[in-house]
Design a protein around this ligand. Sequence first.
Ligand SMILES: Nc1ncnc2c1ncn2[C@@H]1O[C@H](COP(=O)(O)OP(=O)(O)OP(=O)(O)O)[C@@H](O)[C@H]1O
Ligand SMILES: [Mg+2]
Length: 604
Amino acid sequence: MSIQQLPPELVNQIAAGEIIERPASVLKELLENALDAGAAAIRIELEAGGKRLLRVRDDGRGMSAADLEMAVRPHATSKIRSLDDLEQVATLGFRGEALPSIASVAALRLTSRCPDSDHGHCLDPQDPQSPRPAPHPPGTTVEARDLFHQVPARRKFLRTERTELRHIQELIRRVALGRPEVAFQVSHNGRELMHLPALSPEASGDRVRELMGAGFADAALRLDTEAAGMRLSGWLGLPTASRGQPDLQYVYLNGRMIRDRLVSQALRRAYADVLFKDRFAAYLLHLQIDPMQVDVNVHPTKHEVRFRDGGLVFDFLRRQVSRALAESGASAVVEGSNADPAGEGRVQQVSAAPAPHGPLPRAVEGQTGRLPLAEARALYATETAAEDIATPAAAPEDDADASVSSSMPRLGHAIAQIHGVYVLAESSRGLILVDMHAAHERIVYERLKQQYAAMSLARQPLLVPVAVNVTPTEADRAEDNRAILDQLGLDVDRAGPEQLRIRGVPALLKDADAAGLLRDVLAELDNPGQDESSEVMEDRMSRLLGTMGCHGSVRANRRLTRPEQEALLRAMEETPNIDQCNHGRPTWVELDMAGLDRLFLRGR
Ligand SMILES: Nc1ncnc2c1ncn2[C@@H]1O[C@H](COP(=O)(O)OP(=O)(O)OP(=O)(O)O)[C@@H](O)[C@H]1O
Ligand SMILES: [Mg+2]
């Protein structure tokens, strides 16, 4: 075959293959064009899951008759003129290929009017007489009908109306979450699906609540932080709002929705300390960066981006997010019915009461009648497992009245233990309930991490080695991963084809069921990362430490003495990320006096 220039129609269809996969991708292009045109309100009409009709009407700056003709030509754009422009592009579109691509796979019609002209024009690429004058309010309507009608090979891949509509709704959700100042109205087969009013920045939480749900909104932390020339703002779902799948993760880079590996990895790492294993964080974040520092022209769909200094961005995201999570102090305060009406419908931080956010204040050393910090710390120190905690000399006497003082530690003082599961404490604001098991799990995990990071994991040789029966594969895996096991403080060797022997464990876990511990660690070792970058390794180690942490906590139904309860509270105050256990469940809740009064219908 001799070399020939492809006909433009075919060129467009090939280009369309890159960006138009399904009705939702057509809609994405049309919505981005409307937003680039400065629309304040966008109306979307759909038929048959967008397969039969997608119509987008905006009130943006519109197009003249001449522009309409240009708009559907390949590589025609009003958004950039030069390479310089491309390097600092601020619009969502810039490739000048969306409309011609859509025109090659669907029946496209554009009607538009500039605000300063008294009528609009309609362009139908099939009609040689067009553009023709047509009535239209200022703005633009784009209609795409019968997607892939002339391209049977692609039409085959379209799914049911329901499925395509689901993709469309997710797309609209993503676009609308990124632009709360724009109103969106959506109908399908003549039925109204969504009506989102335009919101002021202060009210943008309303849209978050509407589209991401109350479950997220009620357990989200507002973030707005700047460093190194970057700004990160939005909402971070607390661990209690975590999900079984990564379906509530929205990231916008300079207003553009992106799905970027570097970004999601950084966020995953930031959450690694408060979320366990198979849980996924929920968040909505806007990252603002100098456009010169990022290349958005990596892929035709523009979902991926390339950062000039990826390491810097990674670090910034990870640090800001983990700091915000660690500092949130947003343990679940038991909410009474005091939802402040002004805040109703808005995203609020979890604590409805004015809980002091920020890091837990350190307990004051040598407090009268209370357990000194050093001793409290010693109680939970490396070598001491909860089982062995002896009553210290300086046990607090039972002074029920020396209670409310301003120097009271954050988690108050222990009063009692309830059914071997909860510790009840009196705090300066009311009462606190601690889930002993969950709290201890977190304490042990953080200690393990700390010791591991300092390469000083304390070990406890076992007097009598524990034999563990395993499968030959598990035995091999243990042998292959000896270095890792060793770093984790597990001294394991092979006793036979199907038997391992544990000779030592981390001191923090000396009372744990060693066999169960080893089995869990081996199971976790079964999922090695695809690439062995240091990030992935580090990730894996913290997962392993998390698995181990679960084996170290106080058994349920164990009676703690008062000093032990007190020590637990003090240790909690010293532990990062203490508000949630390794599995993301809360470790403590607080019921303040106002909440108590409400329970008893007691006016104050
Ligand atoms: N809704 C609209 N309102 C006003 N002008 C529009 C609208 N839609 C498209 N245009 C004009 O048509 C041009 C072509 O649109 P098209 O989507 O094909 O390319 P683009 O947006 O420039 O780049 P990309 O291919 O990256 O989307 C745009 O540059 C813009 O000038
Ligand atoms: Mg475009």
